[in-house]
Design a protein around this ligand. Sequence first.
Ligand code: FES
Length: 65
Amino acid sequence: MYVCICNAITESDINNAVKDGANCMHHLETKLGVSNQCGSCRCDAASCLDRALEKEMGSVDLVTF
Ligand code: FES
């Protein structure tokens, strides 16, 4: 599903950016160009970012020393 129509950015693109280290809207803006034109996708992109970060944090293996 497209999140940012202006730049043809999908939720999958955001998920992949998070897997590559993006962890804030600034990163999505610089890596993908999210929200850099009309800006109407900003809230949806932030929601996708939150979901992707929660998913990534859930997949992190905890290391005990
Ligand atoms: S929909 Fe993302 S900048 Fe326009």
